[in-house]
Design a protein around this ligand. Structure first.
Ligand code: GFB
Length: 318
């Protein structure tokens, strides 16, 4: 892949896709093909095939997906399964049909069994039962990995897969019902501070452990793999460090400058108790993360404040 290569970033309006586009542009890759979901519905097989036949991308970052936090995953199970399977099937098959030179598929750390040993090594895939709150999403992402492997085995396609841990950063979704924990906490503490509320409610018990990777680091890792890795086995992308939801809440509270109380709501699901990725493989390949969690949260909160001023935040997702 070089600066003139024709590169399709699927999902460029999302947090991950937009970070990949920002990085590619910074690095001088100037021949990017982008389509919003209104312009190209990736769940529509013939539309996707026509697009690939017309545009003939050489490289594909498959960052398009239906994503959301624990509650969205648990509520819209059919959509998470169907939309993600349809997107992957259509894009991966079109990439094979139209001779894409290389494709990077992005999955998620929720593909691992709920009670797998920690840190989660790539080889633990399919060794046990999945976490029920995100089983449909995980099944779709596992199918995407297997599709890349199968097209490689049967047709020699250079399709690779990466499994990122929980992500955060610019362009996140701040819808309190559908978002992930970090943007939700940021918004809750911010609004509680502005409205002088005495208390902020946090879902679950606060005890689950999660690992957080800044999306700009993820974009670097994706480009690194696109330039340097051609293996069949998928690769984890994370920091190798985790934090309890309670400590994360205290950290975000501190960055936002909120002085009230935290109250846990155990009627809301905790989800998987822990999902810390083993990042040994990425390290051996030569990549490690850069942005420390506190710095990333400070930076993301500054962008959040700017977004509020400019009315550009995704506060309610369709
Ligand atoms: O980020 P999150 O929604 O997803 O939740 P998962 C992480 C933890 O934070 C859970 C707790 O234990 C939540 O109960 N939490 C506390 C909150 N307060 C809040 C809140 O206000 N909002 C949210 N959203 N959580 C998702 C999967 O799992 O992770 C997806 O469902 C995907 O499939 C994604 O893998 C990365 O980490 O539990």
């Amino acid at each position: 892949m070089n600066e003139k290569s024709k590169i399709y970033v699927a999902g460029h309006n999302g947090m991950v896709g937009s970070a990949i586009v920002r990085l590619l542009q910074q690095k001088g890759f100037s021949n990017l093909i982008l389509r919003t979901s209104k312009e190209l519905d990736l769940r529509n097989q013939s539309a996707v095939d026509t697009f690939f036949s017309k545009e003939k991308p050489e490289f594909v970052f498959l960052a398009a997906a239906k994503v959301g936090g624990i509650q969205a995953n648990n509520t819209y199970k059919a959509d998470f399964l169907y939309d993600n399977l349809a997107i992957e099937t259509n894009v991966i098959h079109a990439a094979y049909n139209h001779r894409v030179k290389k494709l990077l598929f992005l999955g998620s750390s929720c593909i691992y069994p709920k009670l797998a040993p920690q840190p989660l090594k790539e080889e633990y895939l399919l060794s046990g039962f999945l976490e029920p709150t995100n089983e449909p999403y995980a099944i779709a992402k596992i199918a995407g990995i297997k599709m890349c492997e199968a097209f490689r085995d049967q047709y020699n396609c250079n399709f690779i897969s990466a499994m990122p841990t929980n992500l955060y950063g610019p362009n996140d979704n701040y819808d309190l019902q559908k978002s992930h924990v970090l943007p939700a906490l940021m918004r809750k503490f911010h609004e509680a501070k502005v409205n002088s509320q005495p208390q902020v409610e946090i879902w679950g018990t606060g005890s689950p452990l999660r690992e957080f990777l800044h999306v700009d680091d993820l974009a670097e890792a994706c480009l690194f793999l696109m330039l340097n890795y051609n293996g069949k086995d998928f690769v984890n992308m994370g920091t190798g460090e985790d934090i309890s939801i309670k400590d994360l809440a205290l950290l975000v509270k501190d960055v936002v400058g909120y002085n009230g109380e935290i109250k846990f709501d155990p009627s809301k699901p905790d989800g998987t108790p822990r999902k810390l990725l083993s990042v040994e493989k990425m390290k051996t390949l030569g990549w490690t993360y850069r942005i420390k969690l506190k710095d990333g949260i400070i930076n993301t909160y500054a962008l959040f404040l700017e977004g509020i001023k400019k009315n550009q935040l995704r506060l309610s997702e369709q």
